[in-house]
Write a protein that binds this ligand. Structure first.
Ligand SMILES: Cc1cc2nc3c(=O)[nH]c(=O)nc-3n(C[C@H](O)[C@H](O)[C@H](O)COP(=O)(O)OP(=O)(O)OC[C@H]3O[C@@H](n4cnc5c(N)ncnc54)[C@H](O)[C@@H]3O)c2cc1C
Length: 475
């Protein structure tokens, strides 16, 4: 059941690819395809292929399949687990979807938008908005991440609390399978139980089972009335109680509920002082947003719900954005925390999820356990509280360097992941497995699940050419 090892991409294959795709579609790999956002991996490839349409993707895959050469699907390159870069092993080709940028169709009655895999998320947002609809997948990488990568990783982001992950926003996919066959699955149907749902097999498979070339995406009614608040909370527990209260008062209009630790604001002050932080003092903060259709009174409802929360001791203080500029300023703080983290330089970063009810206890216990390992390490824990998703990142003590902790890095990661697993959580909440966490899949995954995944991989990609080395650990 183990797929075989691919061959190196050689000049003869590159010549055949150039002949079929055009020489401008077979390029020497520039640095931007070989690097990834956190600088953890440096990739290698014989060439970058830039096919112009699905047919050309199919032809490229067919040629690579005949030559048994590895293919790394590449969309926006913003993935955070090394899924889009391969550092060693047989020399693969990178297959970039960047030229498949057509929005094929928008139907405001079916509420479906059919887009190609290279469409940038921000462009998908703009297209939906022009049709007075909302495509609610939202993440800070929206200006670079592309639909193929977002579906490949089943991306999450800030609106999952209301609309679900990328998977929940996709009705169907068109994909090129490992032998070059095109799977025609651009369904526009909400209900379709005709056999196995291959869309859900491909979404989140990180390019290891097929290359998504287009997708039919689910649109939602536009919600132009937005009310945004920055709230001081005493603890994650208090923030969770506040979330229950806001949901009871505002129902499904709560679209985002982000937990932010004061350490994140300290990092911003240290590294990016130009970012204006709201003037409230606390250990913890919440950034929440409620959104609704035109003519709703969502702002008034959020204000009165927050007044009740303050009176009931479920929050310490709150600021409601009084303008679009102030709302943007609140969001800028949240969006720039990852950049501040990068500038400080983490010892170890963790994208984890926990059952929300266990989250507050986890934060306390993991903090204590890390302090026992090495006192002084700083923890910046923030994330999508409503989904139980924390970005739990551990940093050097003030005045010490990342390199001082080289000997401790593995222990920090194992401690956080073991505690997450013990609490019934996942060590990959929204970023995927890629190459960074394939070992964790073996360590924490159910053996039967892993065996089934290997069987699926062997059936769909027997030569092991699709994103070799990603997701599945060596057997
Ligand atoms: C600043 C910043 C903020 C972020 N915030 C979030 C967040 O809030 N939530 C979140 O979930 N992620 C977040 N991410 C991670 C990242 O943006 C997502 O994982 C995104 O889905 C990757 O999309 P991409 O187009 O950049 O894909 P890439 O990085 O190019 O690829 C990602 C993976 O998908 C595979 N792939 C690419 N194209 C295809 C295709 N057409 N078919 C099949 N597989 C394919 C690749 O081989 C790789 O394994 C963030 C990243 C950054 C840099």
């Amino acid at each position: 059941m183990t797929p075989s090892t691919p061959n190196d991409a050689d000049d003869a294959l590159l010549a055949r690819l150039a002949e079929r795709l055009g020489s401008d579609a077979v390029l020497a790999p520039e640095d931007r395809y070989l690097e990834e956002p956190r600088g953890r991996y440096r990739g290698q490839a014989a060439a970058v292929l830039r096919p112009a349409d699905t047919e050309a993707v199919s032809a490229a895959v067919r040629l690579c399949s005949e030559a048994r050469v590895g293919i790394i699907p590449y969309a926006g390159g913003t993935g955070l687990v090394g899924g889009q870069v391969v550092e060693s092993g047989p020399l693969p080709v990178i297959l970039s979807l960047e030229r498949l940028t057509r929005i094929r169709d928008i139907d405001a009655i079916d509420n479906v938008m059919t887009v190609e895999a290279g469409v940038i998320l921000a462009d998908a947002h703009a297209a939906a908005e022009a049709a007075d609809r909302l495509f609610p997948l939202w993440l800070a990488s929206e200006g670079t991440a592309r639909i193929g990568g977002l579906l490949g990783t089943n991306a999450g982001g800030v609106n999952v609390i209301r609309y679900g992950n990328a998977r929940d926003l996709c009705l169907g996919v068109e994909a090129v399978m490992a032998d070059g066959t095109v799977l025609h699955g651009l369904s526009r149907l909400v209900k379709d139980n005709m056999g196995y749902d291959l869309r859900h097999l491909l979404i989140g498979s990180e390019g290891t089972l097929g290359i998504i070339t287009a997708a039919s995406l689910r649109l939602h009614p536009a919600t132009p009335e937005r009310a945004t608040a920055w709230i001081a909370a005493a603890s994650p527990d208090e923030a969770l109680a506040l979330l229950q209260h806001l949901r009871a008062r505002l129902g499904g209009t709560i679209s985002a509920f982000e937990l932010i630790a004061s350490e994140g604001l300290a990092f911003l002050a240290e590294t990016l002082p130009r970012v204006a932080v709201p003037d409230l003092r606390s250990e913890w903060f919440v950034l929440t947003e409620a959104a609704d259709v035109r003519g709703s009174d969502v702002g008034d409802r959020l204000e009165s719900a927050l007044a009740e929360a303050l009176e009931a001791g479920m929050a310490r203080d709150a600021l409601i954005a009084q303008s679009a500029a102030q709302r943007d300023a609140f969001w800028t703080v949240r969006e720039t925390i990852p950049e501040a983290n990068r500038l400080i330089g983490s010892i170890s970063s963790h994208d984890i999820s926990l059952p929300p009810a266990r989250l507050a206890e986890f934060v306390t216990e993991a903090g204590d356990a890390l302090a026992a390992l090495d006192s002084g390490m700083r923890i910046n824990c923030f994330g999508h509280l409503g989904d139980g998703n924390l970005h739990y990142n551990v940093f050097p003590a003030k005045g010490r360097a990342r390199a001082d902790y080289d000997g401790l890095r593995g222990a920090v990661k194992v401690l956080v992941h073991d505690m997450t697993h013990a609490a019934g959580g996942s060590v990959s909440a929204e970023h995927g497995v890629g190459r960074l966490k394939s070992g964790d899949l073996a360590r924490y995954g159910d053996p039967a699940k892993l065996a089934t995944m290997r069987a699926i991989k062997a059936a769909l990609d027997p030569a092991g050419i699709l994103n070799p080395g990603a997701v599945l650990p060596p057997s």
